[in-house]
Design a protein around this ligand. Structure first.
Ligand code: ADP
Ligand code: GLC
Length: 481
């Protein structure tokens, strides 16, 4: 079975969040399950720098005035093959994959990701310079949402399309004039098409036209069909209900392995947890926090956005600081969150450390060095950090939503007794609920024997990709039958 896996970010080539982790690890797991998979990605400068063994495949006319080169190559330290859409004007710039160095979205994002989507559709038919034609085009998020539309519009392929929704809050909605330059049919600018509140919606197009849909956890698959979580697309998703599958993400257990993590000064395992305490000391030293084993250290590694519920944590911090908690915060995003976290760091330099920006090594060090990982998200399609937390013996405090609800078992007398407890679940995303849950966690944390039990329950969990990859293979098979 041949699968073209289309994504706007793939770790370790380019990453802004969990989508990259999934797009790096899932295709590799699919390969191990015997699927012939190739990834399609825009040729951002960093992708061109990092991909190895690059060769020129050919040139494609994508739209009337836009052609691009296709290159192939391999992801470093992996057998994963990528096809790169090379167009210097569209992709080779400073800044992020979606944003200008100053933070605002690139104004030509519709064209940048329209081209990606169109190339995906052309590769499902195009044979003039290549005989590799996919059976399935697996699209991910809004950036690839027009691909299923173009596949239908062309009507020249037998390939089936699957759209995986990683976050329905990001929809890629743009002004109507893009219909023309993206060569969409004006007749489909309507409710039964890609139109969404008078805009061209990439994500709606994907949801409307893809043969099947998936999301990244079973709970999120249900949540997005409700008004509270559907961001306006719940009605359409209800209509497509029988085509939606929720498959919980796995994690790359080699990249995230406390027994052999090159970013850690000390390694440790479920059988020998002592190294974790040493990492905590090293982390406290590095972040200039008071070096103290009996101060509970809470960690955050996150995009700093409303989704992640960190404003609730910010509101709870004075009380937690008064209780002696320390914080190791790493993230970037909304300026007001950055400023509020920074204000605490200035006021309590021995108890609060804030690092703004993206920092891969520190993210591993925090995951290993803190006692408790915080994820009070308002919604969380899957979430990966809580899974890293399980693997690193760092029980997470999570809200009761999406993939968090599907992956973390709240610690109480029963679940501790029957060895299923792995973390702490906040009932509601508000300050009171958060404080109650953190205080519960802190009281168990003081009982080292019970805490170690919870840590080990998490570390024993199989959070790798095999199980989820099998579920994708089953879905692919269903698509082809
Ligand atoms: P989302 O994709 O919604 O941001 P996930 O939990 O699925 O959330 O994935 C986030 C990923 O990005 C994790 O691998 C996390 O470690 C990483 N990450 C987020 N912020 C940072 C940061 N500032 N520095 C390093 N890694 C980060
Ligand atoms: C999105 C979601 C996150 C999920 C990730 C990978 O960014 O916000 O919950 O883990 O995609 O699927």
């Amino acid at each position: 079975m041949r699968v073209l896996f289309v994504s706007s970010e793939i770790f370790p080539l380019i990453k802004t969040g969990g989508l990259a982790d999934v797009s790096g690890a899932l295709p590799t797991a699919l390969q191990a399950s015997g699927i012939d998979v190739k990834c399609l990605i825009p040729g951002y400068s960093t992708v061109l720098e990092k991909v190895e063994n690059i060769t020129y495949l050919g040139t494609l006319e994508v739209f009337k005035n836009i052609s691009c080169d296709l290159l192939t190559g391999t992801v470093p330290n992996s057998k994963l093959e990528v096809i790169i859409v090379k167009h210097a004007g569209l992709y080779e710039r400073d800044g992020g994959p979606y944003t200008h160095p100053q933070g605002h979205d690139w104004s030509d994002n519709p064209m940048r990701f329209g081209v990606l989507s169109k190339v995906a559709s052309l590769l499902s038919i195009y044979q003039s310079f290549w005989d590799w034609v996919p059976d399935i085009v697996h699209c991910n998020d809004w950036q690839t949402g027009l691909a299923p539309y173009y596949m239908r519009q062309q009507g020249l392929t037998d390939a089936k399309s699957l759209l995986s929704i990683h976050n329905i809050a990001f929809q890629g909605n743009f002004e109507q004039h893009w219909v023309k330059s993206l060569e969409l049919s004006p007749k489909d600018f309507q409710i039964d098409g890609f139109e969404f509140y008078q805009q061209v919606s990439f994500l709606k197009a994907g949801i409307f036209y893809a043969d099947k849909l998936s999301t990244v956890s079973p709970t999120y698959a249900l949540e997005i069909q409700t008004e509270a979580f559907g961001f306006g697309l719940q009605g359409l998703l209800q209509l497509r209900s029988s085509d939606i599958t929720g498959i919980l993400n796995g994690i790359d257990t080699e990249e995230w392995n406390p027994e052999a993590d090159p970013y850690l000064p000390f390694v440790y395992s479920e059988k020998k947890l002592s190294g974790k305490a040493k990492v905590k000391t090293a982390l406290q030293q590095q972040l200039h926090l008071t070096v103290q084993q009996d101060a509970p250290l809470l960690g955050v590694v996150s995009r700093l956005t409303h989704q992640k519920g960190l404003d609730i944590l910010i509101g709870s911090m004075p009380e937690l600081i008064a209780l002696g908690c320390q914080f190791a915060i790493l993230g970037g995003g909304e300026k007001s969150f950055e400023a509020q976290f920074n204000a605490y760091a200035e006021q309590y330099p021995n108890q609060v450390s804030v690092t703004i920006g993206y920092n891969e090594p520190l993210s591993h060090l925090i995951m290993a060095g803190v006692d408790i990982f915080m994820m009070p998200s308002r919604f969380e399609p899957c979430g990966l950090n809580q899974l890293y937390g399980l693997r690193y013996g760092t029980p997470p405090v999570v809200s009761n939503t999406g993939g968090l609800a599907d992956s973390i078992c709240h610690s109480n007398a029963d679940t501790i007794l029957n060895n299923t407890a792995t973390g702490f679940v906040i009932e509601n995303v508000n300050k009171m609920s958060l404080l109650v849950t953190i205080k519960q966690a802190l009281s168990i944390w003081k009982d080292k024997k019970t805490w170690a039990k919870i840590q080990k329950n998490g570390m024993k969990k199989d959070v790798g990709w095999k199980h989820s990859a099998d579920a994708y293979v089953a879905l692919y098979e269903k698509l082809l039958n």
